[in-house]
Design a protein around this ligand. Structure first.
Ligand code: PEP
Ligand code: CO
Length: 468
């Protein structure tokens, strides 16, 4: 099969705004250029789906959203650490019990490793219950002479290369909301029901550590967590559950018709909330100052994040901060830098300096995944564990040298035993990738690689503090 990609012309870059801002409304983004949106062929069908969605109950509540904002404010002060992770793209087909519970388990275990090692609370944020829209580098894809719209995630169209599947279908907006609600419902029930029974050692899968230089450290840590739990239970009785507000959701708020329909006002809390998720973020490709996404985000009260890639300059970043957080509100703005292991050393310091010079309050988070994607000779998209680790290590060092703080990590991971990223304790090679490559879009860390990375974060962070 021959694939060719048409180039996208709509990747505009940010320019400082001179115009003063017009009044905001949930649909004021429609006056701006909206990148990365599908072309729906029937505007009435889209309007009907939007109206239906606007009637459906929200997925999260305003008080949860505000609790997360407070949590992020605490992370900005160094009092907690943000762990944000999950699939690159969720799919409707993966809305199943094992996929959801394994993903929750690995995130929970990573967070316990971090709590134990960093000696501070961890804010747990999943990339789930709504991560159904993907930006693409091309609007269409050509295969064997047939040109069809690109796959933009299950909320837009189907992945199969047929005209029927690739047609952007407004009904999928409703389906995405339903699948998000199913995911949310199961996650909430698992957490409420004492899902993580840490007293059972088999809960902690130890098979992988034999392959790791971190084996002794990992075993010690699992034993220590068990001891602490026993100590707590001796004092206070059985620890049966984690509190419901302990897990938050996030997704890239890319498809603005969907986000608009879930933007709501609530009794007793002024303003507008995006109640499709606690913590929406703006992707790297849609962060133009004058663009529709920034317009939409400036008006919602959620804590928000912006992905910051290597081409962003201080002159672009500062006006963006001004528009998105004009009053320097604590907890409001997180910057997720995703520079690549090779680029972070030169790209990040000028941005940190500029934000520091302006005295702006942000939470700095590292995404060591998206700047480290490469293709293997047999056509798999992959990432090397060493590059992921290398970018994270550098992120800790660069912030320590600048007198700022790396306050969290943003990872693509799964609880499944996939083989998508190279390296790690089992040293996965290119030939291993054929065995269990399942991602629809970007390669994810598997269960073992995720836990190993959590341990390395602790080691690096504690080490950076001791030497700094
Ligand atoms: C993503 O998080 O899956 C993504 C597309 O990231 P970015 O916007 O940083 O490229
Ligand atoms: Co991705």
């Amino acid at each position: 099969m021959s694939h060719s990609i048409t180039s996208e012309v709509d990747d505009a870059s940010a320019h400082p705004s001179s115009a003063s801002l017009a009044p905001w409304a949930p649909d004021s983004w429609q006056q701006r250029q909206a990148l990365q949106q599908p072309s729906y062929d029937d505007p009435d069908e889209l309007a009907r789906a939007g109206a239906h969605l606007a009637q459906l109950p929200p997925l999260v509540t305003s008080w949860e959203v505000l609790a997360l904002k407070q949590g992020i404010a605490a992370a900005q002060d160094g009092k907690s650490f943000l762990l944000q992770g999950g699939d690159c793209a969720e799919s409707f087909a993966d809305c199943t019990s094992p996929v959801i519970s394994n993903r929750l388990k690995v995130l929970l275990q990573m967070s316990l490793v971090l709590v134990h090692g960093l000696k501070k609370p961890v804010l747990r944020v999943g990339r789930f219950a709504g991560q159904y829209a993907k930006p693409r580098s091309a609007n269409s894809e050509t295969c064997d002479g047939l040109t069809l719209p690109s796959f933009r995630g299950d909320v837009v169209n189907g992945q199969e290369f047929t005209a029927e599947a690739r047609r952007p279908d407004p009904q999928r907006l409703i389906q995405a909301h339903a699948h998000s609600a199913l995911t949310m419902n199961f996650v909430r029930a698992l957490i409420d029901g004492g899902f993580a029974d840490l007293r059972h050692p088999e809960y902690w899968d130890l098979a992988w550590v034999e392959h790791s230089p971190l084996a002794a450290e990992y075993r010690q840590m699992v034993a220590a967590i068990g001891d602490s739990l026993q100590f707590m239970e001796t004092l206070a009785g059985p620890v049966t559950s984690f509190s419901k507000v302990d897990f938050f959701t996030s997704h890239e708020a890319l498809l603005l018709h969907y986000e608009q329909a879930l933007t709501r006002q609530v009794p007793r809390n002024p303003g507008w909330f995006n109640l499709s998720t606690h913590f929406p973020w703006i992707g790297m490709r849609t962060a133009a100052l004058e663009g529709a996404h920034v317009e939409y985000f400036r008006g919602i009260r959620n804590p928000i994040a912006v992905k910051v890639g290597p081409s962003v300059t201080p002159d672009q970043l500062l006006p963006l901060i001004e528009v998105l957080n004009p009053h320097d509100e604590p907890g409001r703005l997180t910057l997720i830098h995703r520079m690549g292991n090779a680029g972070i050393g030169s790209a990040l310091p000028p941005l940190i300096d500029a934000v520091k010079r302006q005295g702006r309050r942000v939470l700095w988070v590292a995404d060591p995944m998206h700047g480290n994607t490469e293709s293997t000779s047999n056509g798999h998209k992959t990432r090397r564990f060493d590059n992921i680790r290398g970018e994270l290590d550098q992120a800790f060092d660069i912030h320590a040298a600048a007198g700022t703080r790396l306050g969290g990590v943003h990872l693509e991971l799964t609880g499944e035993d996939v083989t998508e990223c190279l390296g790690g304790a089992r040293d996965l090679s290119e030939s291993d990738l054929d065995r269990a490559y399942k991602s629809m879009v970007d390669p994810r860390l598997n269960y073992e690689q995720s836990l190993e990375l959590a341990m390395l974060i602790v080691r690096k962070s504690v080490g950076a503090k001791q030497s700094g």
